[in-house]
Design a protein around this ligand. Structure first.
Ligand code: CND
Ligand code: ZN
Length: 376
């Protein structure tokens, strides 16, 4: 019996309050309105950004259905949707691509004005929600919401992918892999023979290491305070691992020492802390070094830094979703994965049934996991 046009009752992990576990609830998911798509989620990763909401660092309106790194199949579409049809395999886009706004039309950017990241409203573009639970409306998370059996997204925030691709792996192309890899190859524009330092070796940081390697960097320093992350970093392309806790000097001075006083050509902060963002900047070459902020710092934080760090010529940039224009890039990244141009397996340390989502978060927080994939 078709569910099209009807409210679907299903399970979702609801974030009711910060600093509390998610609660698996029965929710109602309304049918997609015009230009919207309802997706049956089949696999979703747990990214630190989801945890930033639960820790209170990333301020968003609650209650909310989190999750933004996913893959699934289209259940039904609203009026006027032509980009996907029921049965298509898709990845939801946490950075949409409307194709009409200035960033979409420019070759210089990817942060479509339809995004719900710079000022999180937690709603569909028309200002309403498609989720309810116990009579209360639930917020959507950054155009996606994937910790649920069914979600609704705007047609600008979904793209069709190769039906042969394994959804429990390519869901990582929806965030972690593409974000880290793109930050290196596209935002930093790492050059062949250059030296790089990646701060933070989670799913996103290891993907940045892969990007530095693919771009032909000759030295890639993998920086983390958890040495258990080092074997994996070496496996995906790091040439040296550095634990800041092993040194008395600040990590930027350590990296200067390790590069004969030059500093690295490219540094990427993939943690989400202001102190490591400042350290990453100070680690790169004083004249032509580039430092990229990938980690999401707490919403209320500020950085105090010496302007001479930039005066001498350094470049400081940020990178959302690896600088990719999501609709254009994701199908190509999926076919590159199918063509074995890069691997995703090293990023996936655990697979759990969706109901065990809180265990997945515990493993992320304790540093035991890289990516946990939840299956439905
Ligand atoms: P995850 O928590 O898996 O990795 C972070 C790593 O940093 C861990 O290995 C930690 O041990 C390490 N770490 C923590 N503190 C320090 C420190 N002081 N010095 C050195 N290493 C440290 O996180 P993730 O890989 O899922 O995400 C990383 C960040 O990227 C996080 O802030 C997340 O919110 C952000 C992000 C950004 C974007 C984007 O579009 N820019 C998309 N997704 C995630
Ligand atoms: Zn993410």
């Amino acid at each position: 019996m078709s569910t099209a046009g009807k409210v679907i009752k299903c399970k979702a992990a609801v974030a009711w309050e910060i600093k509390k576990p998610l609660v698996i609830e029965d929710i109602e998911v309304a049918p997609p309105k015009a230009h919207e798509v309802r997706i049956k989620i089949l696999a979703t990763g747990i990214c630190r950004t989801d945890d930033h909401v639960l820790s209170g660092a990333f301020a968003v309106p609650l209650p909310m259905v989190l999750g933004h790194e996913a893959a699934g199949v289209v259940e039904s579409v609203g009026e006027g949707v032509t980009c996907v049809k029921p049965g298509d395999h898709v990845i939801p886009l946490f950075v949409p691509q409307c194709g009409n706004c200035n960033p979409c039309k420019s070759t210089r950017g990817n942060l479509c004005y339809q995004n719900d990241i710079s000022h999180v409203r937690g709603l569909m573009p028309d200002g309403t929600s498609r989720f309810t639970c116990k009579g209360k409306s639930l917020h959507h998370f950054i155009s996606t919401s994937s910790f649920t059996e069914y979600t609704v997204v705007h047609e600008n925030a979904v793209v069709k992918i190769d039906a042969a691709a394994p959804l429990e792996k390519v869901c990582l192309i929806g965030c972690g892999f593409s974000t880290g890899y793109g930050a290196a190859v596209q935002t930093a524009k790492v050059e062949r023979g250059s030296t790089c330092a990646v701060f933070g070796l989670g799913g996103v940081g290891l993907s940045a290491v892969m990007g530095c390697k693919a771009a032909g960097a000759s030295r890639i320093f993998a920086v983390d305070i958890n040495p258990k992350k080092f074997p994996k970093a070496l496996e995906v392309g790091a040439t040296e691992c550095v634990n800041p806790l092993d040194y008395k000097k600040p990590i930027n001075e350590v990296l200067y020492d390790l590069t004969d006083g030059e500093g690295v050509d490219y540094s990427l902060e993939v943690i989400g802390r202001t102190d490591t963002m400042a350290a990453a900047l100070a680690s790169c070459h004083e004249n032509y070094g580039t430092s990229v902020i990938v980690g999401i710092a707490p919403s209320v934080s500020e950085i105090c830094f010496n302007p001479l760090l930039l005066f001498t010529g350094r470049t400081w940039k940020g990178s959302v979703f690896g600088g990719w224009k999501s609709k254009d890039a994701i199908p190509k990244l999926v076919s590159d994965f199918m063509g074995k141009k890069f691997v995703l397996d090293p990023l996936i340390t655990h697979t759990l049934p969706f109901e065990k989502i809180n265990e997945g978060f515990d493993m992320l927080r304790s540093g035991k996991s890289i990516r946990t994939i939840l299956t439905f």
